[in-house]
Each structure stands twice: as structure tokens, then as C-alpha cells.
Write a protein that binds this ligand. Structure first.
Ligand code: ADP
Length: 166
């Protein structure tokens, strides 16, 4: 049976830390589906359609990876609909561990047949989060090292158009 995994997240923006997890996950599964959450409580610079399209471009080099906009439903429901028996997540720190442990335990209560696979972050990216990068970008900092080029460029364009409006 084909091993399919779902990697859910807000990816706002999708960073090189996420990309590293995706590249390693793609070697573990036959197919990896990235689910970009439509609804996020965090303020977003891009619509969910734009975010999904940017992630698609950032992973275009990976043959067994595809990207979907995640419906407003439980992650395990999406996984079941997609035929995914695995959820992929990443942890950077002890703080992430506690958070991911609770999500994993709840998901296994909701869907005992779905296994969560957690990868430890690459130390090169374990200090970055989407919100930290957005904050630095907002005030003009250079975070190109931490973003796939297509995403960094999109953010720089968005920032420039905001500056023009002010
Ligand atoms: P969520 O809002 O669901 O936490 P994120 O987009 O912030 O979504 O993160 C998706 C997943 O990627 C989570 O499991 C998170 O712990 C992991 N992650 C976030 N940043 C990194 C990073 N720099 N390196 C590895 N994994 C990361």
C-alpha cells in the first residue's frame, strides 16, 4: 500500500525550516501532501490561495510532494479523505515538543489508525519561526537565508507595495 503523509501547517510564510522537513519527509513516504491552512488566527500578509501557490513553487523540485489548501475541518478528517495514514510535523525545541505531544495525543484519540511522525528540526533552522521572520521583514531586515527565494521575493514585493501606499 502507498504510504501517504499529510504535513499540515499555516506556513505563513513557508520557511527553509519547513522546506527541510518536507525534503526529509519526502524520502520517508511515497507521497507527501502539504496542507496549507485556510483559516489562521495570525494576521497574514497573503491570502490562503497566494500562500498555497507560493508553497507549490517552493517545492516544485520534489516529484512526490503536492500542496493543497486545507479545508476548515479536523486535520485527521483531511488525512482520512486524502488516504493519508501519517501526519508529519516538526519540532524545534522543548516548547514545540510539549505542543506537538498534545496535538499528537488528541489526533490519535480522534483517529487511532493515523500515526504522527515528528522530525527534529535541522539545527540550522531551529531558531526560526514564521512569525519571527515576518517581524524582521516588516522592519526591513534581510532574512533571505531563511526563506525559499520565491517566497523571499514575494515578501519583498509585498513590503515595497505597502511602503508605496503609506
Ligand atoms: P502551525 O500553525 O500548525 O504550528 P506552522 O506553519 O507554524 O504551523 O508549522 C508547521 C509545522 O512545522 C509544525 O510542526 C512546526 O513545529 C514545524 N516547524 C515550524 N518551523 C520549523 C522550523 N524552523 N524547522 C522545522 N520545523 C518547523
Amino acid at each position: 500500500m502507498k504510504k501517504i503523509a499529510l504535513f499540515p501547517g499555516s506556513f505563513d510564510p513557508f520557511t527553509n525550516g519547513h522546506l527541510d522537513t518536507v525534503e526529509r519527509g519526502a524520502k520517508l513516504f511515497d507521497e507527501l501532501i502539504i496542507g496549507v491552512f485556510i483559516n489562521t488566527s495570525k494576521a497574514s500578509w497573503f491570502t490562503s490561495e497566494e500562500r498555497t501557490e507560493l508553497v507549490r513553487q517552493a517545492v516544485a523540485h520534489l516529484d512526490n510532494v503536492r500542496v493543497i489548501s486545507q479545508e476548515s475541518e479536523l486535520t485527521v478528517t483531511s488525512a482520512q479523505r486524502l488516504g493519508a495514514k501519517f501526519l508529519l510535523r516538526g519540532i524545534r525545541s522543548v516548547k514545540d515538543y510539549e505542543y506537538e505531544k498534545d496535538i499528537m495525543t488528541m489526533n490519535s484519540h480522534l483517529a487511532p489508525d493515523i500515526e504522527t511522525v515528528i522530525l527534529l528540526a535541522n539545527p540550522e533552522y531551529s531558531h526560526i519561526s514564521s512569525s519571527l521572520l515576518k517581524e524582521v521583514l516588516l522592519f526591513g531586515g534581510d532574512v533571505a537565508k531563511y526563506l525559499p527565494p520565491v517566497i523571499n521575493e514575494a515578501f519583498l514585493r509585498k513590503r515595497a507595495s505597502h511602503e508605496k501606499l503609506q
